[in-house]
Write a protein that binds this ligand. Sequence first.
Ligand code: BES
Ligand code: MN
Ligand code: MN
Length: 457
Amino acid sequence: MTTSEYLTQHRERFEAELIEFLSIPSVSTDPERSGDVVRCANWLADHLRGIGLEHVEVLPTNGHPIVYAENLDAGEGAPTVLFYGHYDVQPVDPLNLWTNPPFEPVVRDGKIFARGATDDKGQVFLHIKAIEALLAVEGRLPVNIKLLIEGEEEIGSTHLAPFVKENAAKLACDSVLVSDTSMFAPGQPSIVYSLRGMAYMQIDVQGPNRDLHSGSYGGAVQNPLNALATIIAKLKDEHGHITIDGFYDDVKSLTEQERADLAALGHSDERLKADVDVAELFGEEGYSSIERLGARPTLDVNGILGGFTGEGAKTVLPARVMAKISMRLVPHQKHDDIAEKFTAHVKSIAPAGVTVQVQDLHGADPVLVERDSPVMHAATQALEETFSAKCRFTREGGSIPVVLLFDQVLNVPTVLMGFGLNNENAHSPDEHFDLSNFHTGMRAVVRYHHLLAAAGR
Ligand code: BES
Ligand code: MN
Ligand code: MN
């Protein structure tokens, strides 16, 4: 039997197993789900043992556990691949907008619907199934494999960072492989060569010591919600330009060549508008959408809490309000630097009459990977052969905190080979994953490992 025949024969079982994996609500940010996160780590570890991996560990951290496994039996001269992914998922709210419950996966129109389907459980699982097929059919893997699957990616990989630094020897490898990004479009595989970084901040605004009647006090006492709105309104101007002092200091402007490369990808604003159902796009003046998404930093309010939001009307000045604000960073901005500049700027524009506190919740530095390397060539070839389509090089707007750290600590190239699609509702209701990419992805991964083995170290 060939690996290809094996993958065909076991399609249904793979989908059934993915459904089990997706049924575990491993929401990393929710303290009430921490038991489920641990259960998910253990499920994954048991599964890895089940496919024949011998060194499988669930490693505790001060947060959620890391699942680690390896098979180093590929033999003399075989390269070692470190695969990275995450088994944690985002919260499911707003729950009422899901067609089916987020942790009761269903298959509709060739897509599997569940929280984590595309980000990142479905993508992680296709790698595990590719490894299973190689072990089952060929008796050993063509390359040495180390698997590092964490439970805190969606909350900034706080405890993975020290783990990677302390375990550089354990994680030593010739290249890193990540599937936590998207393809350019259906049928059009891509490799991501740039990820944006992140600075995730919280602003708390405290006014009077209690909520106040807005008639008895309004006009004479600062309203914390008005103050917060004023602060937020001042962070960006009407041209979509961020006004924080020094914010753009380290942003390199795009060269004509880079602009031409991005333009040549054939991104469609019409498709983007249709996807998200808006009549008009919005962004920083002077840049195209593909530039805004991949190569320019952003500032966005993720949520605001405060005041009366019940039905009807209540007249009140709320005492305490809060906003969560994230900034996406591009090479060569630094999370620490931007967090500091944000904090100083917000304090400097805080209106009188309130106390403003700023917290840095988590962050990540942006990533730029070398496009011209032997592993990139193997990845391109594997994708092109498997999908029978040209492979694109894309810049992705999202962030994966640990990728830059791999580069710094392990000093090897990373391949960001994603099988998701941007309209699969990651972080949103009705998240799903195209099962054809699930199955084709396995074949691409099998091919990639074979090509890496043929190229040697
Ligand atoms: N898989 C995403 C990263 C991603 C998003 C890649 C979109 C490609 C396109 C990852 O799980 C994610 O959501 N990361 C967070 C990181 C943050 C919490 C530091 C993100 O980008 O918001
Ligand atoms: Mn992800
Ligand atoms: Mn995510």
